[in-house]
Each structure stands twice: as structure tokens, then as C-alpha cells.
Design a protein around this ligand. Structure first.
Ligand SMILES: Nc1nc2c(ncn2[C@@H]2O[C@H](COP(=O)(O)OP(=O)(O)OP(=O)(O)O)[C@@H](O)[C@H]2O)c(=O)[nH]1
Length: 310
């Protein structure tokens, strides 16, 4: 022990004394049961509680997860942000909220890889655990993918924000949605047209949410890569983690050759999703972080191939 440490130990009150100094008091008399089976179970009270609830549950649950990807790295651990819920009839006071995280932990301990299939199983099992006839689970996560510079082929890691949501009901079966928000470069067509030189550009955020067809097979196609390609292949240019000068020249010229308004982005991405056979319905939006304004530009559309006409 050096001189400074010994000085601190000599003069500092003990931790208990310090807590008392700052207001901690001894426990008071305790009369309520400590055994679980003797505790009141308010959430399981049965009465007419006036209204059915569409949704009751928990959200913003952060948990490590494993996902698969068709792009490198093919297996990755990332952070999932979960929402779990079910409906509840007016005859029940509340849900059993501990059961959501209890099931998540149990899946994690058994080596949970988040896929559409595993989430379907999770949702149905959750409904059983809650003694309900429906359950909803959504997981949002950063998805990482390797990206090379167009000339140097030097690789680095990019990411996009993905989600999968599964609704299960005894009456209606499964409803699956997935989605992705990816970043792209857009170069302003108006600025290019009117200016003697140059054109301003922006970083665009393209968000897509899709409803999958019932026969969609995630072992055959990675929906994340399809959505990323829909956003990036229609942009003025892609975004890269590592660019040397020959890469930078290519990306700059490519953007100048492919100017896009925020509206153009949404319509072009929508056209790709329209042509994708495993998508029933989609929502596309784009938010461009403008470089010549403090505000952002945005556009969006929804389309359901089963009902809407172009
Ligand atoms: N229903 C309900 N529960 C809440 C609320 N706020 C907190 N809780 C949770 O209540 C949970 C404990 O209740 P239950 O999950 O029913 O616990 P339990 O009855 O011991 O569990 P089971 O044996 O599975 O029935 C804790 O996870 C708390 O987070 C709320 O607003 N409504």
C-alpha cells in the first residue's frame, strides 16, 4: 500500500457510515409475505376492467443476438432491441410481464439465432406462456456488411438498421414484416442543372418496410441484401467506409452522372420492390440530410400489390 492509499483509508468513514451520513436508515418492520405463493397477484385479478387492450407488453429491451447474413460477415453478433406484446381482454387486469424476458433468456441460453422462422416459433410459444391467443414480437438491430472501395477494393464495415416483426394469432396465423434503413448519397438534379459548376449533395436515409409472401424462404434469399440493393442501386452513389483517391474520383463522378431528388429515390426503390416476387406490400421513405439547408427533405409512399393499382 502506498502513502496516498493509506492516507485515504485512515481518514475515510466506512461505507456503512458513509451511507448513513447521506441518509440511509435501517430496515423498518416488514409484514408482507416473502414467499411467492403467498404474495398478492394483482395482474391476475379477474373482474370487468371496462376495456379490452390491443397491446400490452414491454419494449426497448436490449439483448445480444446472433444473425445470419448473405454478405460478409456471414454470422454476426449484434444488439437486438425487442418489443413484445399481446392483447388482453377486459376480464384480466394485467399481463405477466416477467414472462417476456424470461422466454428471451431461455432462448438465448439455448443458442438463439434470430431468423423469421425462430421468431415465428418464439411468438407462438410466447402466446402459450402468456395464456393468450395472440402475441407480437419485433426486433430491431444493426446489420453489418463488408463493403469494398470501387477501384482499390479495400474493404471496411458498413451497417444498416434492420427489423423483423412477427404477429401471431390463433385466428389469423402469422403476419411477417421486415424492413431496413440504409444510407446512400444523392446529388441534387436541380443544382446540377442550374449551376455552372458542381452540384450539392446529401446523405439520404432510405427506409423500407415490406410484407412478405407466405411462401418466402429465408434460406434461399436474404431479404436484407435485397432491400439494401434496392436502396443503393438507385442512389446517386453508394456509401463506403474506405475510399482511396481513385475510389473517390469514381464515386464523385458516378454521383454526378446519376442525380436524384428525394422523390426520385422513393419511386425508383418502389419500382424495384414492385418487381420483387416475394413482396406483397411495401412502404418506402427517404429522408435526405441536406447539405445546403439545416432541414431535411423527405418523401414516402405505400403500395399493396394485392389491392393497389399503379
Ligand atoms: N402487468 C403489469 N406488470 C408490471 C407493470 N409494471 C411492472 N410490472 C412487472 O410485473 C412483473 C412481475 O409480475 P409477473 O410477471 O406477473 O410475475 P409473477 O406473477 O411472479 O410471474 P408468473 O409466475 O410467471 O405468473 C415484473 O416483471 C414487473 O416488471 C405494469 O404496469 N403492468
Amino acid at each position: 500500500m502506498n502513502k496516498t492509499e493509506s492516507h485515504i483509508t485512515d481518514t475515510m468513514p466506512s461505507k456503512d457510515e458513509r451511507h448513513k451520513l447521506f441518509g440511509s436508515v435501517p430496515p423498518g418492520p416488514k409484514t408482507k409475505p416473502v414467499e411467492k405463493d403467498q404474495m398478492a397477484d394483482l395482474q391476475n385479478s379477474r373482474q370487468d376492467f371496462l376495456f379490452d387492450l390491443d397491446v400490452v407488453g414491454i419494449n426497448n429491451v436490449k439483448h445480444p443476438i446472433t444473425i445470419e447474413s448473405s454478405m460478409k460477415p456471414s454470422t454476426q453478433t449484434t444488439i437486438g432491441t425487442f418489443t413484445f406484446s399481446s392483447s388482453i381482454a377486459k376480464g384480466s387486469k394485467g399481463t405477466n410481464m416477467s414472462r417476456f424476458t424470461e422466454q428471451l433468456t431461455s432462448y438465448y441460453e439455448q443458442g438463439f439465432t434470430v431468423t423469421i422462422e425462430s421468431l415465428k416459433q418464439f411468438a407462438e410459444e410466447l402466446a402459450g406462456r402468456l395464456k393468450r391467443e395472440d402475441a407480437f414480437i419485433k426486433v430491431e438491430f444493426p446489420w453489418f456488411f463488408e463493403r469494398e472501395g470501387p477501384s482499390s477494393c479495400l474493404a471496411g464495415m458498413n451497417h444498416a438498421d434492420a427489423f423483423i416483426s412477427v404477429t401471431w394469432s390463433k385466428a389469423g396465423g402469422f403476419d411477417i414484416q421486415t424492413g431496413l434503413t440504409g444510407k446512400i448519397t444523392t446529388l441534387c438534379p436541380c443544382s446540377k442543372e442550374i449551376s455552372e459548376y458542381s452540384a450539392h449533395n446529401q446523405r439520404g436515409n432510405v427506409s423500407m418496410a415490406i410484407t412478405l409472401t407466405e411462401d418466402f424462404n429465408e434460406d434461399m434469399v436474404d431479404w436484407k441484401e435485397v432491400l439494401l440493393e434496392a436502396a443503393e442501386s438507385n442512389a446517386s452513389a453508394r456509401i463506403h467506409p474506405v475510399l482511396k483517391r481513385p475510389d473517390e474520383k469514381m464515386v464523385t463522378e458516378q454521383a454526378y452522372e446519376n442525380p436524384r431528388f428525394v422523390e426520385d429515390m422513393v419511386r425508383l426503390v418502389a419500382a424495384d420492390l414492385y418487381e420483387t416476387p416475394f413482396i406483397h406490400a411495401f412502404e418506402v421513405s427517404c429522408r435526405n440530410e441536406e447539405s445546403i439547408h439545416l432541414h431535411d427533405a423527405l418523401a414516402s409512399l405505400r403500395f399493396d400489390k394485392r389491392t393497389d393499382e399503379r
